[in-house]
Design a binder for this molecule. Structure first.
Ligand SMILES: Cc1cc2nc3c(=O)[nH]c(=O)nc-3n(C[C@H](O)[C@H](O)[C@H](O)COP(=O)(O)OP(=O)(O)OC[C@H]3O[C@@H](n4cnc5c(N)ncnc54)[C@H](O)[C@@H]3O)c2cc1C
Length: 656
């Protein structure tokens, strides 16, 4: 099958150098997407990983999606990534979240069969003809003349390559904590990676420390479900990928339990054994995903915290306790769990643990995810300080694409903040930097109404098609959705209904008022009481068989047209403003109305445009508006340049 319309093979014919175009280190969520993208774009790719039985391992909760993260998965699908398709074949339970809220925050969340997911991803990797899988630990990155030459593995093998993508997750310098016991180990009890961390530092990459943790996993048969709240899946479950058929409605349930004052008392009494409080762990952890110790301290007024009890597979005993990650010792874990209704006799299968690891602060990266220090070296996933499978997969996909584009001497794929949450995330990482593990939230995007999960495909598929990443069938589905929506919008706008008994009966049935003037079908469906399927039924037409998400997106475009258009205008206005250039010789010391902190940072970074300045940490909207004012008035701007006499005297803002 051909892929896209740009399927140039990057490997020159009769290439005298044996070796790979791209080596991906690490077969986690970032690594799998990076390797698949690069190989599907025609690169000879090697995926090197510590243990090939642990491909796409879900170290924490086997669930994908939710607001922000679900949007990422839909975008990965539109860009030709594998995660959504593999997930859809392994859904245990799917729920559309926030259905009572606007379309910007509605998102699919799915509980995944952990082992099925790993197996399906492994099969997808094995099927790719240009991709070689190899079990080895990467120890050293070899460079010469500022370029990548290859990788040396623990086995002693040298793997020559022209680009390298590091997707080593939490494995660099990893230390595991079980109460006050700590030892060098990575998730799944694998060996942590020390030499690779050293090699990165020798190449000029700075590393820092973060921490994260897991909750305990328990035996299903040790839970008393009769006293717990049941959380069923949706009756009509949907999947993440436009290529997936509807998933089964035969779903597994999740359950809810709550901590109580007795639970909190045991946790408090054992604080001295919690590594984060005893000072054993120094790295910052995710504030928005606190351990139960943190919750007890930070929300001391609350006498209960919810716990979701979720299956890890259809036929295995292991159950995941979401919301109760901890670094306390296993015996303390068991005793506080047994204070909880439904868990009185609980038996732990896999104790909770905390982990501390190296990450590379992402401000060292270009927006393409290539490092500034070494040409052809890319970093993706948790090594960039993010947390989450979806965040990792999205970065892996972009790094894989950009490594392939670099080898083809083409411009990198850079997604704007107004185009994708992937663009929001990467821009946040490389421009603003991070102080704690980064995860995506819809609130991080300023154009939320444009970045809906249902239009991810319309926003991004043309891009993946033009770089040759998706196949014809995937592109055909996109066109089917796009063309149907365009044609149906035009038809509904043209279809007009006169006041009269026919429309009165239809609207009366939906408790909607009768119009006094002729009304278009589009205006009818824009009413909150009327939806598109109801209108179609009244027209006596059947709902056509369409790619998933098409009807929902059509309705969004009808019902929210005004808001969407307004946000589109805001994007254009901001783009115009953001493209405004700042002269190289702008003298920030003269710009006294900009705060001292912002002036110092602007002086140091010297952003080329207002857009770049706007994304810098420490530059506030107020600083920006003063800067824009300086730039927009030629007389003031002249006085702000270096070597120019300060005509306004002191650079103070004038009132006119
Ligand atoms: C304890 C824990 C708790 C977590 N909790 C949450 C949570 O609550 N919420 C959330 O969203 N996410 C959580 N995560 C994060 C999520 O698991 C990761 O963000 C995600 O798996 C990162 O994907 P990745 O591809 O970057 O790395 P990983 O999935 O970790 O994969 C790294 C891969 O690199 C390989 N590797 C490493 N070094 C080398 C080397 N030198 N040579 C060859 N191969 C190498 C490993 O074998 C592995 O295959 C947690 C992770 C951990 C470990």
């Amino acid at each position: 099958m051909t892929r896209g319309n740009n399927n140039k093979n990057v490997f020159r014919p009769n290439n005298p150098e044996p070796g790979f175009d791209v080596i991906v280190i690490g077969a986690g969520h970032a690594g799998c997407e990076a390797a698949l993208a690069a190989s599907r774009m025609g690169c000879r790719t090697l995926l090197l990983s510590l243990n090939l039985d642990m491909v796409a391992f879900m170290a924490c909760n086997p669930s994908l999606g939710g607001p922000g993260k679900g949007h990422l998965v839909k975008e990965i699908d539109a860009l030709g990534g594998e995660m959504p398709r593999v997930a859809d074949r392994n859904i245990l339970q799917a729920r559309m979240l926030n259905t009572g809220k606007g379309p910007a925050v509605q998102a699919l969340r799915a509980q995944i069969n952990k082992w099925g997911y790993q197996r399906a991803m492994r099969i997808a990797l094995e099927k790719e003809p240009a991709l070689t899988l190899r079990e080895d630990m990467a120890e050293e990155i070899i460079t010469g003349e500022g370029q990548i030459k290859g990788i040396i593995g623990r086995s002693g093998a040298f793997y020559p390559a022209r680009t390298v993508i590091i997707c080593s997750g939490v494995y660099l310098g990893a230390r595991l904590f079980l109460g006050d016991l700590h030892f060098a180990a990575a998730p799944g009890s694998l060996t942590p990676s020390y030499n690779l961390a050293k090699s990165l530092q020798e190449l000029g990459i700075t590393l820092d420390r973060f921490k994260t943790g897991t909750p305990p996993r328990v035996y299903r048969r040790s839970i008393d479900f009769s006293t717990l709240e049941k959380v069923p899946g949706d009756s009509e479950a949907q999947g993440f990928s436009i290529s997936s058929k509807k998933t089964s409605s035969d779903q597994f349930s999740c359950w809810m339990a709550y901590t109580n004052p007795d639970t909190h008392e045991i946790i408090r009494k054992n604080f001295d054994q919690a590594p984060i409080y005893s000072g054993l762990i120094k790295g910052a952890g995710p504030r928005y995903c606190p351990s139960i110790e943190d919750k007890v301290v930070r929300f001391s007024e609350r006498d209960r915290h919810p716990i979701f009890i979720e299956p890890e597979g259809p036929d295995i005993e292991e159950m995941y306790l979401q919301g109760i990650s901890t670094g306390l010792p296993p015996d303390v874990q068991e005793s506080f769990l047994r204070t909880i209704k439904g868990l009185e006799n609980v038996k732990i299968m896999r104790p909770a643990y905390a982990i501390e690891y190296d990450y590379a602060p992402p401000t060292q990266l270009k927006i393409s995810l290539e490092t500034r220090a070494v040409q052809g070296l890319f970093l993706a996933g948790q090594i960039n300080g993010t947390t989450g499978y979806e965040e990792a997969a999205a970065q892996g996909l972009i790094a894989g694409i950009n490594a392939a584009l670099l080898l083809k001497s083409e411009e990198p794929l850079v997604l704007k903040r107004s185009e994708a949450y992937i663009g929001v995330m990467i821009d946040d990482l490389v421009t603003r930097g991070i102080q704690e593990p980064y995860r995506i939230f819809t609130s991080r995007g300023e154009y939320r109404l444009l970045l809906r999960q249902d239009n991810a495909d319309l926003r991004l598929t043309e891009k993946s098609w033009s770089i040759g990443l998706i196949d014809e069938e995937r592109y055909r589905l996109h066109l089917e959705k796009k063309i149907f929506i365009e044609e149906e919008l035009a038809r509904l706008e043209k279809t007009r209904h006169n006041p009269g008994s026919a429309i009165e009966t239809f609207l009366g049935k939906h408790h909607s008022s009768t119009p006094k003037q002729p009304i278009s079908a589009l205006e009818l469906i824009r009413r909150p009481e009327i939806n598109y399927p109801a209108y179609l039924e009244w027209e006596n037409k059947d709902l056509p068989e369409l790619p998933p998400g098409t009807i929902k997106e059509l309705e969004n475009q009808i019902k929210y047209a005004g808001y969407i258009a307004k946000q589109g205008l805001a994007v254009e206005k901001t783009a115009r403003m953001h493209d405004k250039r700042i002269p190289d010789d702008f003298d920030y010391q003269k710009a006294k109305n900009i705060s001292t902190e912002a002036r110092q940072k602007l002086e140091q970074v010297r952003p080329a445009t207002i857009g770049q300045a706007s994304r810098m940490e420490g530059v506030t909207p107020a600083d920006l508006s003063v800067l824009i004012l300086y730039l927009e008035r030629p007389d003031i701007l002249k006085s702000m340049l270096k070597d120019s006499p300060d005509s306004t005297g002191n650079g103070e803002r004038t009132n006119d």
